[in-house]
Design a binder for this molecule. Structure first.
Ligand SMILES: NC(=O)C1=CN([C@@H]2O[C@H](COP(=O)(O)OP(=O)(O)OC[C@H]3O[C@@H](n4cnc5c(N)ncnc54)[C@H](OP(=O)(O)O)[C@@H]3O)[C@@H](O)[C@H]2O)C=CC1
Ligand SMILES: O=C(O)C(=O)CO
Length: 300
């Protein structure tokens, strides 16, 4: 019987072409699957959740492959107790996410977004009112100095920013919040990082500093964020994630002129999307054929 590979979201066609239809039953998003008994691999890009219920429906499951890095949509602990391996592609989207993060910083802090919009609105003379900061000379504080955070630090340093970083030490995070003009978040979403940037954290930040979030929306408390923006304590927020919080708060944030949101696209350049898709399928094939791929680190 051919192994079934269940794709919760589509991935790049170049990766799909590595899967010979004669060897696998491939179940694509939206196609009905009546029989889960031979699902040996599940592939997710993070929107499709792999929870306990789905894992339990698949008694033959051997591998869950995350096409990307964040494991927050996968019940890694339960998978592990069931002997199911979880694999991701560590570092594979770090360069492109770091580039996107710097793009958000430039749009927000230098007001690049506004400059382009004013010219499109035929307001060339906006240049006479333009009075924004440049990144050079500002302090960039990075929380989560892993694959992405490290690259953001390198790029920010090349632009003349002073770079500070903090890992898990709460005192170091506190110092960083007090010292940075731009804080950039690069932690995974875990029970420890959920709501990490709350009212207390925002109150420590330098008045009129900026917050950049290409990690996960839930790391930032949406209500506290809106209050900080409305109180003009925070000068702006740019994120690759839709804020998560009470609907009326999210609606206010989306309307706020100093909030810039991109649609979780930081790692979706054609090059990186293809690379991470291909590596994901190779990871699945290695597991199905008995060779180890590098396992994902557990969340803590
Ligand atoms: N917008 C997008 O498209 C993308 C978003 N992401 C998000 O970015 C996150 C980071 O990715 P990446 O850099 O590749 O991951 P890494 O695992 O390389 O880095 C994560 C870093 O966060 C640190 N960290 C973990 N928990 C805490 C904590 N409680 N407090 C402070 N620091 C902590 C880790 O420290 P330690 O070394 O001690 O473990 C590590 O240095 C992903 O988990 C994902 O959520 C990732 C890719 C694309
Ligand atoms: O890799 C990740 O964690 C992303 O958010 C993009 O899929």
């Amino acid at each position: 019987m051919k192994p079934t590979i269940l794709f919760l979201e589509s991935i790049d066609p170049a990766a799909m072409s590595l899967l010979a239809p004669a060897a696998y039953d491939i179940v694509l998003p939206g196609s009905p699957l009546a029989d889960y008994s031979n699902v040996q691999a599940i592939v997710t890009r993070g929107k499709g959740r792999v929870d306990r219920a789905l894992i339990d429906r698949c008694p033959a499951l051997r591998v869950i492959a995350r096409c990307g890095v964040g494991l927050d949509a996968i019940d890694v602990d339960y998978a592990t107790t069931r002997g199911v391996q979880v694999v991701n592609v560590p570092g594979a989207n770090a360069a492109t996410v770091a580039e996107h993060t710097l793009g958000l910083m430039l749009m927000l802090v230098r007001g690049m977004y506004r400059l382009v919009r004013e010219v499109k609105d035929d307001n060339w003379d906006y240049r006479n009112d333009y009075a924004e900061q440049e990144l050079r000379g500002l302090t960039c504080g990075i929380i989560g100095m892993g694959n992405i955070g490290t690259r953001v630090g390198t790029l920010a340093g090349m632009l003349g920013m002073e770079v500070k970083s903090a890992g898990r030490d709460p005192a170091a995070i506190e110092r960083l919040l007090k010292d940075s003009n731009v804080v950039s978040l690069h932690v995974p979403l875990t029970e420890k990082t959920r709501g990490m940037i709350n009212e207390n954290a925002l109150s420590m930040m330098i008045p009129e500093s900026y917050l950049i979030n290409t990690a996960r929306a839930e790391v930032v408390d949406a209500t506290a964020l809106l209050e900080a923006l409305q109180g003009e304590r925070l000068a702006g927020y740019a994120s690759d994630l839709l804020p998560v919080g009470p609907p009326e708060i999210v609606a206010e944030l989306m309307k706020h002129p100093a909030v810039l949101i991109t649609p979780h696209a930081a790692s979706l350049t054609t090059l990186t999307y293809r690379e991470i898709s291909v590596t994901t399928v190779r990871n699945v094939l290695r597991y199905l054929h008995g060779q180890d791929a590098a396992p994902a680190r557990p969340l803590d």
